[in-house]
Design a protein around this ligand. Sequence first.
Ligand code: NAI
Length: 329
Amino acid sequence: MLFSVFDAKPYDIPGFEEAGARYGIDYRFYETRLTPQTASLAKGSDGVVLFVNDILNAEVAEQLCSYGIKFAALRCAGFNNVDLRAVKGKITVVRVPAYSPSAVAEHAFALLLTLCRRTHKAYLRTREFNFSLAGLTGIGLKGKTAGVVGTGRIGREFAAVAAGFGMRVIACDPFPDLSSGLCYCPTEELFARSDILSLHCPLTAQTRHLVNAASIRGMKRGAILINTSRGGLVDSAALLEGIRSGWLGGACLDVYEEETDLFFEDLSDKLIRDELLTSLISMPNVLVTSHQAFLTDEALRSIAETTAENIAEFFGCGRCRNEVTARED
Ligand code: NAI
């Protein structure tokens, strides 16, 4: 079996080759993303392996079908980049529902601790033997309220880490996990009470711009927003205004609404025309990482293993337990 892996980075390849060899799967790796312009690269393969910014819409599905390809394996948990209604009945889409929820929760805390304790500034200073503490006063976490939006796999891990720091944890979720012992409240109340608000829900039509001008006004003054979920959950212009006005105390962003053409690439010698992003990055109390929360050795191994399992299961019996259907969207 041969599969075309789009948006493949050097760190993806060893894990995929190793897991593929165990399952009798060969991979052809492409650096480029799947788009209507690149879909023809998949010709001759049994399926495609996609990441968060590959596009699988009606046009791409049509092209893939014309090459006899009816299977797409997402090597991620989120599937908002797939038009499930458009591909229904044409392409079977599977995903890796969980690979390392703790990796994302830990990264959210890495960002939060950096922002709160200014370690990024201190690191740069001491490298130049500048041992001054001026401007490095931090914000403590113990006793603060952490609001968790979405208590699925990652949200629950985040809540556990927050509790370990001695934070009060509150949460909202339309499907609360009643066995978790978490204290749930309505979304508006959560926004109003949280010192730290961390987003862990999927991006859907209902959650797009969950953080907007009105909901930011409903947040506590000085609150810090963490988004390691999907960029579209936050109205970036409203966030920038919230930061500029001083209403928000800071933001930790691993995802960005318009990240598709920017993240995962080295653009250090290019002119970035996205003024919203450049303004956000220039704020002293905003930290941006480029969708790296998942990126640990453990997660990469788990992604490659589950993708190979998904492929073997589907091509073995015509079904896969990790299939994503339009109903879930
Ligand atoms: P999950 O499916 O286990 O949990 C999502 C939870 O959000 C569910 O409990 C669901 O009921 C809840 N939810 C849905 N709508 C909501 C709403 N309006 N308000 C509050 N809660 C709501 O998903 P998991 O594995 O915890 O992942 C969460 C998100 O993290 C994914 O959707 C994905 O977008 C993102 N992610 C980001 C990564 C990164 O590298 N930055 C890596 C992996 C996932």
